[in-house]
Design a binder for this molecule. Structure first.
Ligand code: ADP
Ligand code: MG
Length: 220
């Protein structure tokens, strides 16, 4: 359901061209749990941002459910992303001046002006966050911030969750909980692509893809 064809991303820098992604070809099936690995600078974030429709590749194409996402208009791509893709970041990226329930309900913003706060509250309850819904991000622990971010990612019932080192700022217990939420999402039929070096994530993976200098080094 996801196909990357000869994907390249170059960054121009003062020191020259950085080939962040260098002819990536990849197919990912619906319901797969993919772990992306590779040293810092190998292209994991660039790949996830490209998949999310947030980073236009220099060349090549990305098909998600048969849609060539970079051939869409910008508003169409934004709508497609809101409907189909949830993104979880290492640094959470919550909106600092909104409380927890507003941060989650905001995910609906791209689809409808009516923010579904009851729906957000219900979802937050399932993450054990009911007692924190009026807290601002600065008043949360790291684990609570990431649970809020996962609730936001799941709020529009996406088909795909992309997660970029989502446990990088969490203690082991919260890290395990986050990985558990992602496996629950997969069990319900979702597709997960996660950049992580957590050893236990290997056991959850259907496939491990290692990147090195923008290329796929091996798949297992
Ligand atoms: P990873 O997530 O695996 O650490 P990234 O995708 O962040 O790797 O980066 C891949 C390469 O692209 C690195 O060499 C990085 O320095 C470079 N890079 C990333 N973003 C930019 C940018 N905006 N401008 C220039 N170079 C960048
Ligand atoms: Mg990265």
């Amino acid at each position: 359901m996801i196909r990357l064809k000869n994907l390249r991303k170059n960054y121009q820098t003062a020191a020259g061209v950085v080939k962040a992604l260098d002819s990536i070809d990849l197919e990912i099936k619906k319901g797969e749990f993919i772990v992306l690995r590779g040293p810092s600078g190998s292209g994991k974030t660039t790949l996830l941002m490209a998949l999310a429709g947030m980073q236009r590749p220099t060349s090549g194409s990305i098909y998600i459910s048969k849609e060539n996402i970079y051939q869409m208009t910008i508003p169409a791509r934004a709508k497609f992303r809101a409907e189909n893709i949830g993104f979880v970041f290492q640094m959470f990226h919550l909106v600092p001046y909104l409380n927890v329930i507003e941060n989650v309900a905001l995910a609906r913003g791209a689809l409808s002006s009516a923010l579904d706060k009851p729906g957000a509250k219900e979802l937050l309850r399932s993450f054990g966050m009911e007692h924190r819904i009026f807290h601002k991000p600065a008043q949360l622990s790291a684990g609570e911030k990431q649970r809020t971010a996962i609730a936001r990612a799941l709020f529009n019932h996406p088909q795909i969750i992309l997660a970029d080192e989502p446990t990088g700022n969490l203690d082991p217990e919260n890290a395990l909980a986050v990985l558990g939420y992602l496996t629950d999402f997969q069990s319900a039929g979702g597709t997960v692509i996660i950049a992580t070096h957590q050893p236990v994530a290997k056991e959850m993976a259907d496939r491990i893809i290692s990147l090195n200098a923008g290329r796929i080094r091996d798949e297992s």
